[in-house]
Ligand binder design. Structure first.
Ligand SMILES: [Fe+2]
Length: 182
């Protein structure tokens, strides 16, 4: 057993090489945790017609059937995973989890998704349904609009032919297998 440090200011390059190797070897934990968080969304219904796992699966199913690329389908599946922790700031939580594993436009699609969804329900809360307009001109605007309007806001249908989590599991494992350099 290699002797390692008890405080960082006494650490060596060799010890950090071991930590780096161990961390890399256990990267699979990321997908395991994300899948656990997704499964936990089955416990959250909170007045919607479907639970939040079904909603997530249906959003990803709709994206996949519309021909979205793998990163977009992956992010569609995980876009509400932050709700497993805290609903009010769930877009930021999900986006932070996804950030090292998706390209920039996909990250922005997730971090801003609530304001794009707002077109379809913010009026019921006295908020601005055009909240998305502040992002007009961004390179990712059209993608975020398609995500919210075509896949996310429509994904509350209990009668839709929603694909199961097992269908998406290989994609989740593949995409979380290595982080992009950030
Ligand atoms: Fe959603």
């Amino acid at each position: 057993m290699t002797q390692t440090f008890t405080r960082m200011d006494e650490s060596t390059a060799e010890q950090w090489a071991v930590i780096g190797k161990e961390t890399y070897a256990h990267q699979g934990r990321v997908a395991d945790r994300a899948l656990d968080m997704l499964r936990s969304l089955a416990e959250i219904t909170d007045g919607f017609a479907v639970d939040q796992l079904t909603h997530s699966l249906q959003t990803a199913t709709r994206a996949e059937r519309a021909g979205a690329d793998e990163e977009v389908v992956f992010a569609s599946l995980l876009h509400d995973v932050g709700k497993a922790v805290s609903v009010p700031n769930h877009p930021e939580i999900a986006a932070a989890i996804l950030k090292p594993y998706v390209r920039s436009d996909v990250y922005h699609m997730i971090v801003a998704h609530q304001d794009f969804q707002g077109r379809h329900y913010y009026a019921h809360f006295g908020a601005d349904p055009n909240a998305r307009d502040k992002y007009r001109g961004e390179a990712w605007f059209e993608l975020a609009e398609r995500f919210a309007d075509d896949w996310d806001q429509t994904a509350f249908d209990p009668d839709y032919d929603t694909l199961p989590l097992e269908h998406f599991e290989p994609l989740v494992r593949a995409r979380f297998a290595s982080a992009k350099i950030v």
